[in-house]
Design a protein around this ligand. Sequence first.
Ligand SMILES: Nc1ncnc2c1ncn2[C@@H]1O[C@H](COP(=O)(O)OP(=O)(O)OP(=O)(O)O)[C@@H](O)[C@H]1O
Length: 275
Amino acid sequence: MPFRYYTRRRSKAMERLVNIQNLMKVYGHHKSEQVAVLKDVSFSFAQGEIIGLIGASGAGKSTIGKILAGLEQPTNGHIDFDGTNLTALPSKERRKFAKHIAMIFQDPYESLSPRMTIEELVEEPLIIQRIEKNKEKRRDMVKEALRVVSLDPEKYMSRYPHELSGGERQRIGVARAFVCKPKLIIADEPTSMLDTSLRLELIQLLKSMNEQYGISYVFVTHDIALTKGFCDRIIVLHEGEIVDIGPTDDVIHAPTHPFTKSLIDALLLLEGAQP
Ligand SMILES: Nc1ncnc2c1ncn2[C@@H]1O[C@H](COP(=O)(O)OP(=O)(O)OP(=O)(O)O)[C@@H](O)[C@H]1O
């Protein structure tokens, strides 16, 4: 019943998941070395929405992702996640939200401990987040996560990361992000170490998880081509400030800010593609 499914997705997409207000981040302890990396960033998105974050190197994209994932503290501002003001929480309470906001990293090799089996690696977030005490149930959750990323559990659970290809390792990274059934995944350039066909496969996998489980993504990328058909909206960041925000096609084809136009032209030139 595609129509019913669509209706359900639409109504779900109306619920606001994240509301970021006046986010500011200054790195550096001493005044002389302080840099304001995020100046005054505000945006919100709904459950199920996919947000692309683009901008030149150093614009502050990863910093937004890290703050959302709880890996960095904002200097100022508010983040409301599913009705909870994360910035007001003590760090112990804040850590509990890690099960709702997962992260996929750029380098699938660096982010996986070489001494752990695939089963241990995918099980680890369940243990850290204290999601399931029963070992057998955890095993079933690991198997389910591996099936979601199209890796046969029987074949992969006892292997080690070095026995896998780059594409398979990145799928393990996705399984680790998925296993706690998060509402939001921060995907920080997850495709940049993969070749073109694997990039598209990974995007299709993320998209199918979005359609099936309603997972939202904040997708940090330099690859404009990948945002088309994947991201619902794009945010353009320039020196720690949002200069453009809107539906993906509108931002790419009719940018409102001159910086967006030059950024998109430069990125497309790198990709050898036409807008
Ligand atoms: N822990 C840190 N301490 C000090 N400065 C930092 C730290 N992390 C990032 N920065 C600086 O903050 C700025 C923004 O970094 P960020 O990684 O958010 O940018 P980005 O837009 O993701 O860039 P890229 O596309 O190159 O990954 C950069 O100038 C970076 O050097």
